[in-house]
Write a protein that binds this ligand. Structure first.
Ligand SMILES: [Cu+2]
Length: 67
C-alpha cells in the first residue's frame, strides 16, 4: 500500500470531507481516504497505481481545487 497526500482548497466542513471521501474512494485502487478539514488535506491509501494527478483531477471534478 502507498499513501498520497493532496491539499485542496474548498474543504471547509464535514460535508465537504464526505464529498471528497465519496469521490476519491470511487477511484479504482483506492482503499482508504482520510480528510483533515482544518488542514484541507486529503490522504489517500491505494495500491500504488493511483497517481497524484488522478486524485487531483478527481478532486477538481468534485468541486475542490488542488493547491
Ligand atoms: Cu463543506
Amino acid at each position: 500500500m502507498e499513501t498520497t497526500t493532496v491539499v485542496a482548497s474548498g474543504i471547509v466542513c464535514g460535508g465537504c470531507a464526505n464529498a471528497v471521501k465519496a469521490a476519491v474512494s470511487a477511484v479504482p485502487g483506492v482503499s482508504a481516504v482520510e480528510v483533515a478539514v482544518p488542514e484541507k488535506r486529503v490522504t489517500v491509501t491505494h495500491d500504488g497505481r493511483v497517481s497524484k494527478a488522478v486524485i487531483e483531477e478527481t478532486l477538481k471534478k468534485a468541486g475542490f481545487q488542488p493547491a
